[in-house]
Design a protein around this ligand. Structure first.
Ligand SMILES: N[C@@H](CCC[C@H](N)C(=O)O)C(=O)O
Length: 260
C-alpha cells in the first residue's frame, strides 16, 4: 500500500502545473497524482492531469514513468505493479533491461466509446477540416485518438492540423492526434499533437492507437517499432478484443520538492 500522502494540500491541477513550470522551469505534459487504491487487487491508484489542468483517463508514458518512480523510491519490489486509473486496472512490468512493459487494455472502436460523431463505425473516417477532407482513424485507448497517415513525418502539418482536429466538433471530448509515417510493416515514425498539451516528444497511448489503426488498415504487422521524437516504443496487438502491449524506457530527469 502507498503511504506517501502524509499531508493533504488543496491545489488545483492548474496550480500544480503552474508551480512545476515556475519551480523547475519545465513545461510539463502531464502530472500524476498518487492515491491509495480502492480495489484490494491494486497496489496504487493515480490520477492524470494534462498541462492545461484537465483530468484524463489514460497516459502510456505516465504508466512507464510511474513504474520506474515506484521502484526507485522503494515503494514496491513487485515485478508486476497493479495500478488503478480512471480507464481501469493496468499492469506495469519492469523488465531486466530496465524498460517497462504496460498492458494498455483493448482498443475500443464504437463511436460512442471514443467519443466520435459518425453514422457508421469503420477503420477509417473522412473529416472535414477547413475545406479539406482528411482520412483518419478514430479509436479509444481509454482516451480518444485520431490517427492520420502522412508521407513524411518531418514535414507533417502537426502544429497546423493538430489543434483543429483536437477541437473538431466531431470529437466532443477533443482528441489526441497522431501523424504516422509507415516506413515498413514493422516500423513507423510518429509525431503527436496531444489534447491539453500540444505537440509532445512522445505519447504512449497514441503510439498504441497508431499501430492498431495501421493493423486495421492492413498496413502493419502485429508487432511494430514506433519512433517518436523522444525515443522508441515497441507496440504489440494480436487483434480485436486483445490488449495492446507497450514496451519502452522511462528516464529519471530530476527530483524536486515544493515548499508548501
Ligand atoms: N493528452 C492525453 C493524455 C496523456 C497521454 C500520454 N502522453 C501518453 O503517453 O499516453 C489526453 O488528453 O488524453
Amino acid at each position: 500500500m502507498f503511504d506517501g500522502i502524509r499531508q493533504r494540500v488543496h491545489l488545483t491541477p492548474e496550480q500544480i502545473c503552474a508551480m512545476a513550470d515556475r519551480h523547475f522551469g519545465i513545461g510539463c505534459d502531464q502530472i500524476l497524482l498518487v492515491e491509495n487504491p480502492q480495489s484490494p487487487d491494486c497496489d496504487f491508484r493515480y490520477r492524470i492531469f494534462n498541462a492545461d489542468g484537465g483530468e484524463v483517463a489514460q497516459c502510456g508514458n505516465g504508466a512507464r514513468c510511474f513504474a520506474v518512480f515506484v521502484r526507485r523510491a522503494g515503494l514496491s519490489d513487485k515485478e508486476v505493479i497493479q495500478v488503478e486509473t480512471q480507464s481501469g486496472q493496468m499492469q506495469l512490468r519492469i523488465l531486466e533491461n530496465g524498460e517497462v512493459s504496460v498492458n494498455m487494455g483493448a482498443p475500443r472502436f464504437a463511436p460512442e466509446a471514443i467519443p466520435f460523431k459518425t453514422l457508421e463505425e469503420g477503420p477509417e473516417y473522412l473529416l472535414e477540416v477547413h475545406h479539406d477532407t482528411l482520412r483518419l482513424a478514430a479509436l479509444s485507448m481509454g482516451n480518444p485518438h485520431a490517427v492520420l497517415r502522412v508521407p513524411d513525418v518531418a514535414t507533417a502539418p502537426v502544429t497546423q492540423l493538430g489543434p483543429q482536429i483536437e477541437k473538431h466538433p466531431d470529437f466532443p471530448q477533443r482528441c489526441n492526434v497522431g501523424f504516422m509515417e509507415i516506413c515498413d510493416s514493422s516500423h513507423i515514425r510518429l509525431r503527436v499533437w496531444e489534447r491539453g498539451a500540444g505537440e509532445t516528444l512522445a505519447c504512449g497511448s497514441n503510439a498504441c492507437a497508431a499501430v492498431v489503426a495501421g493493423i486495421r488498415w492492413g498496413a502493419l504487422d502485429p508487432a511494430v517499432a514506433v519512433d517518436l521524437p523522444g525515443g522508441r516504443l515497441h507496440i504489440q496487438w494480436a487483434g480485436p478484443g486483445q490488449a495492446v502491449m507497450m514496451t519502452g524506457p522511462a528516464q529519471v530527469v530530476f527530483d524536486g520538492t515544493w515548499p508548501l
